[in-house]
Design a protein around this ligand. Structure first.
Ligand SMILES: [Zn+2]
Length: 387
């Protein structure tokens, strides 16, 4: 009997053709193969299973990139996660559905500095879940504050800022109460007892990010030695780069980072928060650490004019801004591979490597999203784009 492609699985095999796929840091003219929601290795299929495609799809010369992972998004489309206290679930659902058109396939809903009662109410409502037609996947919450600097509070309400006192980590626990769904905590490392807190968060597998801070470089390096791996919106809400003490920005070229550790830094992908020249400095100093975030607020996706400039974020324009400073491949990886590495999920997401989740985007040459796929299923597409 002829071996068929059903020898391993009954699930249909999809072959995406006529495309350039981002793999090994380059756009390569290859087909993308998908089965059961995972990226399939066609060589194994041909030689081991003697299988072939059940369905071929012509991508019309699209770029195929891994789905974007946004680790800092405060809301959008009229929803502010920090304000939607009583029904944050439906707020998150709405945003997770709407961001599919921006190419975001998973994200970390982000809460700004809030009183403890808000964390106590909101955090139990956030659950980690896979993406699908209902919306982008939820990787866990990003809590930005309240353990941040008064001097660099930005838009965070000063009244609710907090410090670590005698309890250190217990103070953090009393504030947030629920850590099950928490993936990232942004704090200011110059606060007393922050070292203990950073160590404990790291021990629990929670990513510590430095931001809204007046830390000098040695304080930032100490935080990294204790486990911090991320910098929240580099350049914004921290001491400006100074040649005698470059502050947190100095982590990009520090020689005090422990071996085999990489510090990542978030940059807001709107071309407004950071001058493109500053972006190029950061990127040339430390290209593998760049993570694009939207830092979007409730105004994202609503009609322009109603909301403050600088808070409106359009992912695609952001990516194009980045192409002015780096290559297409780099911009795409900064929105997919790097955030996945930051969260330690690159074996599942953020690349088109074999066996990874088939979360990917079809983009035109201007990096406009034509279609968004999660687990191999098309979850959004432009009206004019059919394959
Ligand atoms: Zn911030």
């Amino acid at each position: 009997m002829m071996p068929s492609n059903k020898s391993v699985s009954d699930a249909p095999i999809f072959q995406f053709t006529n495309c350039r796929i981002l793999r090994s840091h380059q756009l390569q003219r290859e087909d993308l193969w998908v089965r059961e929601g995972k990226i399939l290795n066609p060589e194994k299929l041909f030689f081991d299973e003697k299988g072939s495609a059940d369905i071929q799809l012509d991508c019309k010369d699209s770029i195929i990139a891994p789905g974007f992972i946004d680790v800092q998004i405060n809301g959008g489309f009229g929803v502010d996660f920090s304000l939607a206290v009583d029904d944050v679930q439906s707020g998150i659902s709405l945003v997770s559905q709407k961001i599919l058109s921006h190419g975001v396939t998973s994200f970390c809903p982000t809460l700004v500095t809030s009183p403890p009662s808000v964390y106590h109410k909101v955090l139990p409502q956030i659950s980690i879940r896979n993406g699908g037609p209902h919306g982008a996947g939820i990787l866990g919450a990003h809590l930005e504050g309240p353990f941040i600097s008064k001097e660099k509070k930005g838009a965070h309400p000063e009244h609710y800022l907090s410090t670590f006192e005698s309890g250190a980590f217990q103070d953090l626990l009393a504030t947030y109460r629920h850590l099950d769904c928490v993936r990232i905590v942004t704090l200011a490392p110059e606060m007393k007892r922050s070292s203990e807190v950073i160590q404990e968060l790291t021990r629990q597998g929670i990513c510590v990010s430095l931001g809204h801070s007046v830390a000098n470089l040695s304080q930032a390096e100490e935080a990294v030695r204790h486990g911090a791996t991320f910098i929240t919106h580099l350049f914004n809400a921290m001491l400006p780069f100074h040649h005698r003490d470059p502050g947190i920005v100095g982590l990009l070229t520090s020689d005090q980072i422990p071996a085999r550790r990489r510090v990542f830094y978030g940059m807001i992908s709107d071309g407004i928060h950071t001058n493109p020249a500053a972006l190029r400095i950061a990127h040339r100093a430390h290209p593998k650490g760049l993570v694009l975030v939207t830092d979007a607020i409730a105004g994202m996706g609503l009609a322009p004019g109603k909301h403050t400039l600088g808070q409106q974020v359009i992912e695609v324009d952001g990516l194009n801004t980045y192409i002015a400073g780096c290559t297409v491949e780099t911009a795409l990886e900064a929105a997919s591979l790097h955030p996945a590495q930051l969260l330690g999920i690159e074996h599942r997401k953020g690349t088109l490597n074999y066996d990874n989740d088939a979360d990917f985007l079809l983009l035109d040459d201007s990096l406009r999203v034509r279609a968004t796929y999660i687990a191999g299923e098309r979850v959004w597409s432009q009206d004019t784009f059919t394959i």
